[in-house]
Design a protein around this ligand. Structure first.
Ligand code: ADP
Ligand code: SF4
Ligand code: MG
Length: 371
């Protein structure tokens, strides 16, 4: 069976600086050879620190931006070869919701207008039935139909995210990319939205790419997890296996930063040494080598391949066979380096930490999808 979505060797480099003659002099290697698949009705979580390329992957998958290289196939069709009409049809099949629903909902439109727009655009429901469909969509996301006449500012953050979800559902998509959908919400509201997404998946058979800088958030929703570092996937596997036994040193460090609810099960935090490198000038060889506690000479020159075992669990590390078992990692003498502190903050913070990659992130918000 072919997967719903297949991504192969995606590359996107942004020009970061130009000479006075306009010639590019520096590139941000935002996405540098990313491959994965998403099965129908399943969730792939894409996790990694702010700036590692998650949102760029999302925009590439939806063809909101063109890749420099690589292929995206949806239901077996290469999106790069689709004409305008078929690309429009694809825009119905795949939707996106963002971290800040307020920014993606037009403040001058009522909820009814917001939800009717995609129905009219794709000519999905006859005009006479649209009101009914709007009410149906609101109920589907746990909002009362009478809210249809209100404006976005009249709602709480969690309710606005429900409206954004309803708008994505209006076109009956098969895939929704959720880009940090709960990062801006109060902790108390987060699980409600996560439960809603999970419930909708079961009812409607949706597939998700769930993007998050917070591993704890994806734990209960992911079927597969891909861990990204500086534009590349360092480990990908079934969620259960990856959470139980993370293999890549980077995944292990990220997992060790998640607070454990039971004190007796307390994990030792792994201290990462060295500076947080930038996608503007990524390290040679293994991009994690400046922070890896297990680094050897080979890591500085040779890029490790993402190699899978028999259970579709793939890891990109030269020393994978020699690393200690995940349960037996010796903590680096109890310290708490500034680098790890940043890491922990990035993975437990309410909102996404911005701009740590040394490049202005203020204009990186993807355009709202007008599908
Ligand atoms: N339009 C753009 N122009 C230049 N650099 C960009 C642009 N969009 C993203 N970047 C850079 O690409 C890298 C990856 O960004 P992004 O995909 O937003 O990461 P994430 O979503 O994981 O935080 C960052 O270094 C970011 O500054
Ligand atoms: S390849 Fe080397 S530097 Fe990279 S994660 Fe493995 S041991 Fe660490
Ligand atoms: Mg992002």
């Amino acid at each position: 069976m072919t997967a719903l979505l297949e991504v192969e060797g995606l590359v996107k480099h942004f020009v970061a600086a130009r000479s006075v003659f306009g010639r590019p002099t520096a590139y941000v290697k935002a996405v540098d050879g990313v491959s994965f698949t998403v099965e129908a009705g399943k969730t792939l979580a894409l996790v990694g620190e702010s700036g590692c390329g998650k949102s760029t992957v999302s925009r590439l998958v939806l063809r909101l931006i063109e890749p420099d290289a690589g292929i995206v196939r949806f239901e077996g069709r290469d999106l790069g070869t689709l004409g305008a009409n078929r690309l429009r049809a694809f825009r119905r099949e795949a939707q996106i919701i963002f971290q800040d629903p307020y920014a993606s909902l037009n403040p001058r439109m009522t909820v009814s207008q917001i939800l009717t727009e995609p129905l009219a655009l794709h000519d999905l429901v006859p005009a006479a039935r649209r009101r009914e469909r709007v009410e149906e969509l609101l109920r589907l996301v746990g909002l009362e139909p009478r809210f249809a006449r209100r404006y976005p500012h009249e709602f709480s953050g969690g309710q606005r995210q429900r409206i954004a979800i309803a708008r994505a559902l209006a076109v009956e998509p098969k895939l929704i990319i959720c880009d940090e959908p709960v990062s801006a919400l109060d902790v108390s509201i987060r699980s409600q939205i996560l439960n809603l997404l999970h419930d909708l998946q079961n009812r409607l058979g949706l597939a998700y790419i769930f993007v998050s800088h917070d591993l704890a958030v994806v734990k209960h929703i992911a079927d597969r997890v891909a861990v990204m570092n500086l534009g590349g996937i360092v480990e990908i596997g079934d969620a259960e296996a990856l959470f139980a036994e993370p293999r890549h040193p980077y995944s292990r460090a990220l997992l060790s930063a998640i607070p454990v609810p039971k004190p007796e099960a307390k994990r030792s935090r792994i201290v990462l040494e060295g500076e947080m490198p930038s996608a503007l000038n990524p390290p040679s060889g293994c991009r994690f080598h400046t922070r890896c506690p297990y680094v050897i000479a080979r890591c500085r020159t040779e890029i490790p391949l993402l190699l899978a075992d028999g259970r579709r669990h793939a890891t990109a590390c030269h020393r994978i066979a020699e690393l200690p078992a995940p349960g037996a990692i010796v903590p680096a003498d109890g310290g708490f380096s500034p680098v790890l502190e940043q890491l922990v903050a990035a993975f437990s913070d309410g909102t996404e930490a911005a701009g740590r990659a040394g490049v202005d992130m203020s204009d990186t918000r993807p355009p709202a999808v007008r599908s």
